[in-house]
Design a protein around this ligand. Sequence first.
Ligand SMILES: Cc1cc2nc3c(=O)[nH]c(=O)nc-3n(C[C@H](O)[C@H](O)[C@H](O)COP(=O)(O)O)c2cc1C
Length: 335
Amino acid sequence: MTDLGTRYLGLDLRSPLVASASPLTGTLDGLRRLEDAGAAAVVLPSLFEEQLTHEALEIDRILATGAESFPEALSYFPEMRDYNTGPDRYLELVARAKEALAIPVIPSLNGVTPGGWVHHATLLEEAGADAIELNVYLVATDPEVSGAEVERRYLEVVGSVRAAVRIPLAVKVGPFFSSIPAMAREMVAAGADGLVLFNRFYQPDLDLETLDVVPHLVLSGSDELRLPLRWIAILHGNVGCSLAATTGVHTAEDALKVLLAGADVAMTTSALLRHGPDHLRRVQASMAEWLDDHEYDSVAQLRGSVSRRAAADPAAYERANYLRTLASYSSTFVV
Ligand SMILES: Cc1cc2nc3c(=O)[nH]c(=O)nc-3n(C[C@H](O)[C@H](O)[C@H](O)COP(=O)(O)O)c2cc1C
C-alpha cells in the first residue's frame, strides 16, 4: 500500500492533507469531524492582533474606570465575537482539541506589528499547541513606506513570535513581494520553520445603492492553484523550511500537483466549506489510487519531482513560459 506519510514543520503526518484555518476548525465538533475524515493536521482560525491588543487595552480601562463599563466594551468587536471565541476561549479550544485529537493542532495568530499580543504565542504553546501558524496579512497602502520597510516589518513580526516560543513556527503570507525567494529565505532566517503559500487577499466591493465598501468573500476554485503551484516549484530545494500550499486545493489532482511541485502538505478550506469534511476522505482515496496506478510507493518519492530544479524544462516555471503561453493562444484562436 502507498505510504501517504509526510513531514511538516518537523511533525510526522499521516498524509499531506491539512485542514487550513476556517470556521470549520473553530469548534471541537468540526475538528473531530475533520480528523475522522482524514485530516492529517488542523489549523485553527486566527486570533487577531486587533483582538489581543483590544483586550489588553480594555483590561487597563476596566481597572481604571470600574467593571461597570465592561458591557459597552464588549460591543466594540461584535463581528470578531461571531468569528472566533475570543482569546480565553481560544486557549481553551486548543487545550480541549489537544485532549480530543491525535493529530497535530496548529493555532493561528494574525498580526502585523511586534507588540504585547505576541505574548499570546507563549500561552498557545503552554496550552499544548504542536506548532503556531503566523498569518501576516499586511496590505501596504502608505506611499511613504517603501517595499524594503514593509519587508523589514514582516521580519520583525516573525522574529518576535519566534522569540516567544520553542515550538515550530509556520508563516503564512501573500504573494506580493518583489523577490519571493529572497523574502522566503529571510523569513527562514528570522525563525520560520515553514511557509504557507499563499494568503488570499480578499477584495472589497462597492455597493452601488448605499455607496458602502462591503466585504466580499468568494470561495476559491482550482484555477487559483497555479500561483502557489508555481512558487512552490521555484522555492523547493532553495529554502531550508517546510512548504505548505494553500489556495485552490480542491481535488486529489490539485493536491498531487502541489506535492509534485515540492509542497510538504496541501491545505484546503473552500472545498471543505463547500462539500463538508467528508470531502477529505474522497480526496485521500483518489490520491492513493493515483499514486498506486502510477507506481509510486510513497508521497516522499513523488514530492518535488516536478519542482523547478527537477523539471525537464525549468524554464516552464520562468519567464520563457510567457512567450509560449501567448503563442499557444494565437495558434488556437478561432473567430
Ligand atoms: C470563511 C473563511 C475564514 C477563514 N479564516 C481564516 C483565518 O482565520 N486565518 C487564516 O489564516 N486564514 C483564514 N482563511 C483562509 C484559509 O485558511 C485559506 O488559506 C484560504 O481560504 C485559501 O484556501 P482555499 O482555496 O482552500 O480556500 C479563511 C477562509 C475562509 C473561506
